[in-house]
Design a protein. Sequence first.
Length: 222
Amino acid sequence: MMLTRVVGKGRTEAMDLADLDARLDAFVKCAVDVGTGDARFAYHLATERPDWLVIGLDALEAPMGEIAYRASRKPARGGRENLLLLRAAIEALPAELAQIADEVDVLLPWGALLEGIVRARSEIVQGIAALAREGAVVNLTLNGEIWLDSTPARYEDLPVPTPAYVAESIEPEFRRAGIELGPARYLTADEAKGLPTTWARRLGHGRLHPRFVHMNGVRRGP
């Protein structure tokens, strides 16, 4: 199966396993940003960790286009050779991506990814777990802000992801998938404002106590 790489606005190209393996071999570790959206967080990670391969993964290619174009430029003009943006749905993870990640990040997910985590749907949780090799760190940050003001219609019946709800309904499914999550907590206002994403700046602005629920986990061995 070929992977679909986003290389610019409205532009994709096929990528085979040999190309992916060569990229993995060129860097010391690999981080995967699941539901990367506009890929700004993935770009931030690639900038902060030049010796890591950073993969941004999303089912929609269009939002990644701008960052994909920037990453393809020369380093002096914002290029990032260690950033790879792929179009793929986590619930239908390509086999080539199994167990490649030393770190998996899910930062303020939206749409089906948010619903899948909050509902602890096995296909979503299993997809996240499948990315992670043994001992990999898994970071999850959920956005509880959308329930505070005008909740989008699609989320009206979705449970609010409080730390207590995470412990009761989300953590057990991750444990079954092989990921041991630590206790969930709310981020402080400074932590929330410091998240390098468009959503964090938009949703955390002006809140004394932003409802961003964060948890860390580790991928167990077989």
